[in-house]
Design a protein. Structure first.
Length: 272
């Protein structure tokens, strides 16, 4: 039933490629539309593999200092990969957050066997990668300050981490162009602030779909509407998205009340 709901979602909404042009069964071989310039932030890579048949090569953007640092786990969109969001993820790392994102085995743009419906399995991948990072990075990660973020299908993956596939380790979440599944799952578990970032001109995940998911959240929440942005708000207004999301992380993961007070100045609608 859950698998069918994802098939319905992607077929009905056209969410077949979050970042790159091309067919959902034969992703384009060119770089995705959201690809950002190469970042100079220090990075490490880990060759994780869940169950032996779900390779999850994970890139980690490293902040300065020895830590322990808060961890932000990032999920990419369909036909994309973590490095396509490098400028935004590097900005978070520069602010002191350790940022990690895997290439999901069947939804990144050079996946050997591309399958948009495999998004249903990505929350379990996320649980696994977070656990492996805590083991691999040891004292560099604060296990009590972990958050999840994602774009498009990656944001749907993130919704799963706060719903039926709840990861109770997560203290906050960010959804860029995000929505629920066709058959919504209730948000569950301990309260965690969630921030939605949505382009008003997005035709892939519509404003109404994103706001519908926002309305279902029973916890402190915020909604940043970008009137002139489309499906890639992090590219259409990079400075505003970077500054707002960084302040969100500073508040939710570091307890920075000054950052919390700055959030409404961006035009954010919130219950923070």
């Amino acid at each position: 039933m859950l698998r069918r709901s994802f098939l319905t979602l992607f077929a009905a909404t056209g969410l077949t490629a979050c970042s790159a042009p091309g067919s959902p069964t034969a992703p384009a071989s060119t770089a995705p539309e959201s690809a950002a310039p190469a970042s100079t932030a220090p990075v490490s890579e880990f060759a994780f593999n869940r169950g032996g048949d779900r390779p999850l090569p994970t890139k980690v953007w490293l902040p300065a200092g020895t830590g322990p640092h808060p961890l932000i786990y990032f999920s990419h969109g369909l036909t994309s990969q973590p490095n396509d969001y490098a400028d935004l993820l590097a900005a978070w790392a520069a602010a002191g957050f350790l940022v990690a994102g895997p290439k999901y085995p069947h939804t990144w743009y050079e996946a050997p066997e591309y399958d948009a419906d495999d998004v249903v399995n990505q929350p379990a991948d996320a649980h696994y990668v977070i656990t492996e990072l805590l083991t691999s990075l040891g004292g560099h990660v604060d296990p009590h300050r972990i958050a999840a973020a994602g774009h498009s299908a990656g944001a749907i993956t993130t919704v799963g981490l706060f719903s039926g596939s709840r990861d109770v380790r997560l203290k906050a979440g960010l959804l860029i162009a995000g929505r629920q599944m066709e058959q919504p799952s209730p948000f569950a578990g301990p309260a965690a602030p969630l921030l939605f970032v949505q382009g008003k001109k997005d035709k892939t995940v519509t404003y109404e779909q994103a706001y519908g998911a926002f309305n279902e959240v029973p916890w402190p929440k915020g909604f940043l509407e970008l009137p002139d942005a489309g499906h890639l708000p992090h590219r259409d207004d990079p400075a505003l998205v970077a500054s707002t999301t960084t302040d969100f992380w500073r508040w939710t993961l570091n307890g920075d009340q000054a950052a919390r007070q700055r959030l409404p100045e961006t035009g954010l609608t919130s219950t923070f």
